[in-house]
Design a protein around this ligand. Structure first.
Ligand SMILES: Cc1ncc(COP(=O)(O)O)c(C=O)c1O
Length: 395
């Protein structure tokens, strides 16, 4: 088995040893190669100043393109369908400007129950922006079956179906092919928030026919805190200049961008949704990690993830008498790396005991502990250490 662990910095515990880091669902670790990627850009900036835009080793005007092929492979897309830009919620809004186009008859947005708050705020504010009351316009569904029932009943009122790839709290993975097919069958636009799915699941956005998707890169993709986000727009929208969008100069086609003309001519595909010139240092950090993902391949990453998370589940299963339960689906196809554990009593106290024992994971109110073994750097030993310390923390 290739050893990727050694290519990451593992945070240190107070005693100088390695932490048991199971918190990639929140923030992925730093690849050791990040420093060299960033230093290259610092060097070019130091030596070239503004000339770096055209004369840097990797000219900054087109720097984002260094990520295009890899990103396309990562999410199962055509290169024209993807771009790294902005941050996740910003991209979600930009996508909704184009793809949430409510009419009096068809104005609702369907989202997953217990969606991440930022997604809830984003869809509520979009509904309000168009003059609709979110209490009526935003509908929550528990999963695919409930979505089907709702669409069968009231599909004609739905403009947009926006689901997570994996729910941040429960760790449940949605069947994105089925969601897309159902949404389209009812005439809805279908988009995904892949914050917890990109770099975690094998994605086939183009084949599934999703209209758009957005994701962050600081979790499973190890792009660094606040790192630049990703965006997918299906090829069939690549040349649709009739779609409304919030434009900025970086979305203008590259060939004529620097003529600085008054009329906006969008780049073809996802790049046409760019607004500002991107942060090169953040792109450089992401390249370091994406090179590792590309080397490993998502099929390998997912196979290793199934192994590790399955092992975690089986080891926890030996201690069910301790009063906790796993709320994440038991079917490996319906989850990614994360297991969400409902603990008896205050979760914060359990988390604090784990933190004192050098285990890094996180918790969500009221009683959920989230742990995710990352396929590129976690090991069965990490899982064993976690389970032992978790059981001790419950006592
Ligand atoms: C599912 C989901 N959506 C949105 C966000 C918000 O991301 P950002 O702050 O990068 O916009 C997060 C952050 O953890 C998330 O998990």
């Amino acid at each position: 088995m290739p050893d990727y662990r050694d290519r990451f910095h593992i945070p240190r515990a107070a005693d100088g040893g390695e932490c048991v880091y199971l918190c990639t669902q929140s923030l992925g670790l730093q690849p050791k190669s990040v420093r060299a990627y960033i230093e290259q850009e610092l060097k070019d900036w130091e030596l070239l100043g503004v000339e770096g835009h055209f004369r840097a080793r990797h000219p900054w005007v087109e720097y984002n393109k260094l990520l295009t092929e890899q990103t396309a492979r990562l999410v199962g897309a055509q290169p024209v369908e993807v771009v790294a830009m902005n941050t996740l919620t910003v991209n979600l809004h930009l996508m909704m400007v184009s793809f949430y186009r409510p009419t009096a008859r068809r104005h609702r947005i369907v989202i997953e129950e217990h969606a991440f708050p930022s997604d809830q705020y984003a869809v509520q504010s979009q509904a309000r922006f168009h003059g609709y009351d979110p209490a009526e316009a935003v509908v929550e569904v528990a999963g695919e079956d409930e979505l089907e029932e709702f669409l069968d009943r009231e599909g004609e009122s739905v403009a947009l179906v926006l689901m997570g790839g994996v729910n941040y709290s429960s760790g449940r993975a949605f069947d994105m092919a089925r969601v897309t097919q159902m949404g389209h069958a009812h005439g809805c636009v279908v988009g995904f928030d892949l914050a917890h799915a990109a770099g975690n699941l094998v994605l086939k956005l183009h084949a599934w026919d999703a209209d758009f998707a957005v994701w962050c890169t600081y979790k499973y993709l190890n792009g660094g805190p606040g790192g630049i986000a990703g965006c997918f727009v299906h090829q069939r929208h690549a040349r649709d200049e009739g779609l409304p969008r919030f434009a900025g100069w970086w979305g203008h086609e590259l060939e004529t961008r620097f003529r600085m003309g008054p009329d906006f001519v969008p780049s073809r595909g996802a790049e046409g949704w760019q607004v500002s010139n991107p942060p090169v240092v953040a792109l450089a950090a992401l390249r370091a990690s994406m090179d590792l993902f590309d080397e490993a391949g998502m099929e390998w990453v997912r196979a290793r993830s199934l192994e590790l998370t399955g092992y975690l589940e089986s080891q926890l299963g030996r201690h069910t008498g301790c009063g906790f339960s796993i709320v994440t689906p038991r079917d490996p196809e319906r989850r990614g790396a994360q297991l969400s554990i409902r603990v008896p009593g205050p979760v914060r106290a359990v988390w604090e005991r784990l933190a004192a024992a050098s285990v890094v994971c996180d918790w969500r109110e009221p009683d959920i502990l989230r742990v995710a073994p990352a396929p590129l750097y976690n090991t069965v030993e990490d899982v064993d250490r976690f389970v032992n310390r978790f059981v001790a923390a419950l006592r």
